[in-house]
Every structure is written in C-alpha cells, then in structure tokens.
Design a protein around this ligand. Structure first.
Ligand SMILES: *Cc1c(COP(=O)(O)O)cnc(C)c1O
Length: 369
C-alpha cells in the first residue's frame, strides 16, 4: 500500500494501518481486570523482543525518559560512570549523568566510528569503582552500530553494569540482552516498534536491580521500585498512554508472529539494498560500521544538505532526516526499519536521485549565470 507521506526517518516511523485502526477505539479505564490482562500480555511479549527473562518496565514518555530512568535508578551524585560517545545520543547519556552530579568519564570516538574496545578495557581497569557503562546499540545520529556483544563481554567481568540505549536499534539490529549479558536495555515506541511516540521501556537485569535500593539520585515518576510494585500487579504506577498500549499489543503480535530472526534478516536486507543503491549513485556512506536501522550518507560537494531534505519532504512526499548537531548539512539519513517495504526504499531513492539532479542543475546554472 502506498503511503501518502512516506517517513524514512529514524523515528518517528510509519505506523501500520491496522495499528492506527486499533488505536482509534474509545478510551476505556485502566484500573480494570481487562486492562491488566492486556498489560500483562504486552509485558510478557516485550520480554521476547528484548530477548530477556527479566522484567521490562513501560513508562509513558519518550525514549529519553527511559534513559533518565536508567541513570537515576542506579546511580548516586558523586558516582563515576563511563560513557561511550560517538554521536548525539552517546552525548545525551553524559548530559543526563552530569545533570545529576554524576562524574561521567567520556570515551569518545569521531562521529561515524565506534569507541575502540581497548579504550574501554583500559578505562574499566583504571576506574574499578565505575558504577555503570552507558552505550548505544545504534547511534542514530551517525547510523553507526556498536558491537554491544563484545562490549558486554568486557563489562561482565567487572562490578559495573552495562546500560544500552537501543531506542533505534531494537528490532532492527540483533540484540540478545540475556545471552550477551547486558544489564539494562532502553527503548522507545516510535522507532522499530512502529508506534507513535509516547511509550518508553526499560529492561533490567538482577545485577542492575542490586544497585537500585542504594541509588540516591532523586526520582519520582521514573522510580523503578514503584514501577516494579505496579508491574507485579500487571499495572503501571501512573495512568499509562492506554491507546499506545493497545497498539503495542498488535505490534508485538505481528513481530512475534513473523519471528524476530526474520525481522532482523528482512531489515538487514533493506539496509543492504539502501546502501548499495546509494553507492551505485556515486554517493558515499558516512558510517564505518553501518547499522541496519538507518543509513547516513555524505552530502555530495556543492549540494545544500538542508535544502535536499526540505525539497524531498515538501515536494516529493518523502521525509528523510538531515544531520544533527555538528553533522547538520553534512550528512542525510535514510531509515529502513519498522513498517518499511522494498517499494518504500525504492521510492525514497528515486526521489533522492531526482532531487539531487535538480539541485545540481540549479547550482550549475547559477554558477554559469
Ligand atoms: C530517538 C533516539 C533517542 C531519543 O528518544 P526520544 O524518544 O526522542 O526521547 C535516544 N537515543 C537514540 C539512539 C535514539 O535513536
């Protein structure tokens, strides 16, 4: 089915029509057995998607709320943590930690690359008191995949917990929370989970839970103790975004019916197709370790990257993302996860090719006049 306004952005993503439909039903009350049954089902199915036997907590709020919850529930002011930074979202971990007077030791790498494992190994040795290591599965700002399996292997041997922002990576890139020994996985609803923005999730290991009672950062809405007491009753501590929970049930049904392995493979296929189409057109990829969620492409010389994005959106009906922060105007990003088909990618690339041609012709005629 053709989409009127094709979103090829790394969040929000397109929502399947039947999911939109199910979310259009009248509002019901949440302190009811019917709701508890629904919430129990989604909380169980979420575990299958996070690949964990541990509880997955649902909060009403965007992904960053769950990131904040993953800081305040495990740390105290004055604690030391290690942050793996190679883009906007790695930097966000540091900003949140610093806001709570936590000492964030940044291990940074240039945008488009990943932090070398040796650097982390050394930092873990030099900072044996570090409470946690904060990292990212897919660094959405650069389209870069971190090898969280290898990172987890280093951290598992230490006292520190490993917290992964998988907000864009989950469902697109393989992630095995329990098998790889990841302690906390954070996600949001509007990316691979194909829902509107508004829900965020936090899966928490037993090793991470041990830090919760002594963590002194202030918290109310994001308190895991409250969330856990409620989840034990198949409930949330506060009014959940009910509509989205209804949609989530259907999305999880779809994902588990297809099978996560298949979803990963299909998404990898779309990512490969996107990358090869991009390269066939003489464009170059920005990331050295591309994620299956989103492809970052260098804006060719002489092209106005911001204009490229706005023309595609306003005249061609295809929304892609520009660069964020220091990457503004230098890269553009095409997402290929969630409710995206091969035909959608083809349309996106076709419109990209058209727009680039137009911009080139314009710049040539301007240069010649
Ligand atoms: C989208 C995204 C976020 C931010 O999520 P919000 O829902 O905008 O709060 C954080 N981290 C990554 C990796 C993301 O892709």
């Amino acid at each position: 089915m053709a989409k009127e306004n094709l979103l090829l952005t790394p969040g929000p993503t397109c929502v399947p029509p039947d999911v939109l439909q199910v979310m259009a039903q009248p509002i019901f009350h949440h302190r009811t057995p019917q709701y508890r049954k629904l919430f129990e089902k989604v909380s169980t199915d979420l575990k299958a998607v996070f690949r964990t036997a541990q509880p997955v907590y649902t909060f009403t709020g965007s992904g960053t709320l769950a990131m904040e919850a993953a800081v305040v529930n495990f740390c105290s002011p004055g604690d030391e943590v290690i942050v793996l930074e190679a883009g906007k979202f790695g930097e966000r971990w540091r900003s949140i930690a610093e806001r709570y007077q936590i000492k964030a030791l940044s291990l940074s790498a240039p945008y488009g690359s990943v932090v070398p494992l040796e650097n982390l190994e050394r930092a873990l040795k030099e900072h044996p008191k570090a409470k946690a290591v904060y990292g990212t599965l897919c660094e959405t700002s650069t389209g870069t995949l971190f090898d969280v399996e290898a990172i987890a292997r280093l951290i598992r041997k230490t006292e520190a917990i490993f917290v992964v922002d998988a907000i864009s990576g989950l469902v697109a890139d393989r992630l095995e929370m329990d098998l790889w020994g990841i302690d906390v996985v954070v996600c949001g609803s509007q990316k691979g989970l194909m829902l509107p923005p508004g829900l965020s999730f936090l899966a928490v290991s037993q090793k991470a839970w041990k830090l919760v009672p002594s963590a002194k950062c202030p918290r109310f809405y994001t308190s895991l103790q409250q969330a856990d007491a409620a989840l034990k009753q198949s409930d949330t501590a506060f009014t959940p975004a009910l509509t989205l929970v209804l949609g989530l049930k259907l999305v999880l049904d779809k994902l588990l019916k297809e099978g996560l392995e298949h979803v990963w493979q299909r998404t990898e296929g779309l990512a490969r197709k996107t990358r090869s189409s991009i390269q066939k057109r003489g464009l170059t990829l920005f990331s050295q370790h591309p994620s299956n969620a989103v492809t970052a492409v260098n804006v060719p010389p002489g092209i106005d990257g911001k204009k490229l994005v706005s023309i595609m959106r306003d005249e061609k009906g295809v929304t892609i993302a520009g660069g964020q922060g220091e990457m503004t105007g230098k890269i553009f990003r095409i997402a290929h996860f969630g409710f995206v088909s091969e035909a959608d990618i083809e349309k996106g690339i076709e419109m990209l090719t058209e727009t680039l041609e137009e911009l080139k012709t314009n710049s040539v005629s301007r240069a010649g006049s």
